[in-house]
Design a protein around this ligand. Structure first.
Ligand code: UD1
Length: 314
């Protein structure tokens, strides 16, 4: 049994990781300041985890959280492109300074490995598809810059201090418990909850933008594999976590019409600032070095997610 520290454990991805680790009989400790995470995500598992309400900017709290941990899954962030465009200083603090705090605390506590929630946004709007880790990053939004800077810190801590770190570039993770309620929420959480309650969703632009939408179980699996892969294959490295297939918002909307019984049309609005048009991952590096294979495809993930929102709202 190992002890895993999850930063951002109240979030959609953090709380999903905690559930899976508990299922596997592992020990879980978590921190969250609930700036974007939610108490409801933790309520059912609170008795089974060592939870500390703390900000990753609080170095002493990170020091004590890392003490005795085997692995750190660093998920805490302000995870939004548009929010970072409005507030680059806040994004920088949480997404870069917070990461450095976690890294120093993890290094001093001699944890075995830190796995970081990096982002596909690091690639920017480069026309080449699919995106491969060997491509030059070209981040557009402050959020993307911050995620890329943190990735470089991960690599730096491996090179300078020998702390084993792995960065996972998430491609649009979706699934149960993703918060649909903020204007910055992920598009699928928004569209599904809007359509289930008969509200018209709005596409920003023509709806022809595409994403490699990745169901949460695939991201959870990638994190657990990243903890255990041999250091020679994983430490100090960056991997795409995705499915290797992209769908447009228009196609997604049609699938959701079938799954939610929403019979109206979509609304089309202005394109969103800092947005990128197409996103698709090459996942061969994670397949080769981590043994990663997407377990749940887009359609199945979409169905599971719609079912979850339908039952959790009733
Ligand atoms: C980006 C990053 C992703 C990161 C996420 C954090 C890329 C490719 N991905 O996702 O790695 O984890 O930010 O927030 O950069 N949209 C609508 N209507 C809505 C909401 C969104 O049309 O009501 C559109 C957006 O304009 C965008 C697409 O849906 O084109 C996806 O948006 P969103 O879910 O916010 O994620 P990304 O910005 O792609």
């Amino acid at each position: 049994m190992a002890l895993y520290l999850i930063t951002g454990i109240g979030g959609f991805i953090g709380s999903s990781l905690a559930r899976e680790l508990l299922q596997r009989g592992e020990q879980v400790r978590g921190v969250d300041n609930f700036s974007t995470g939610r108490r409801e995500n933790l309520a059912p598992i609170l008795g089974q985890i060592d939870f500390r309400e703390a900000d990753i900017l609080d170095f002493d709290a990170m020091k004590s959280a890392c003490a005795g941990a085997d692995y750190v899954l660093h998920q805490a962030a302000i995870p939004s492109v548009p929010k970072s465009v409005l507030d680059p200083i806040g994004s920088n603090r949480a997404n870069i300074d917070g990461t450095v705090n976690v890294l120093v605390a993890a290094r001093d506590a001699k944890v075995k490995r830190v796995v970081f929630a990096a982002s596909s946004s690091a690639y920017g709007d480069t026309p080449t598809l699919p995106k491969h880790e060997s491509m030059n990053p070209d981040p557009i939004s402050p959020y993307a810059v911050a995620k890329l800077a943190s990735e470089r810190y991960m690599i730096s801590f491996y090179r300078c201090y020998g702390l084993e770190t792995v960065s996972l570039r998430y491609f649009n993770i979706f699934g149960p418990r993703q918060d649909p309620s903020s204007p910055y929420s992920g598009v699928l959480a928004k569209f599904i909850t809007q359509m289930l309650s008969g509200k018209q969703p709005t596409m920003f632009g023509d709806g022809e933008q595409s994403r490699d939408f990745t169901y949460i179980d695939n991201a959870v699996e990638a994190n657990l594999l990243a903890c255990k892969a041999p250091a020679a294959q994983a430490a100090g490295k960056v991997f795409n976590v995705a499915t290797g297939r992209r769908v447009t918002l228009n196609e997604t909307f049609k699938l959701l019409q079938g799954l939610t019984s929403y019979s109206g049309m979509a609304n089309y609005g202005e394109e969103r600032g800092g947005d990128i048009k197409h996103s698709l991952a090459d996942i061969s590096l994670a397949e080769k070095h981590l043994g990663y294979k997407p377990k749940v495809d887009f359609e199945d993930g979409l169905k599971r997610t719609v079912d979850w929102y339908r039952t959790s709202r009733s």
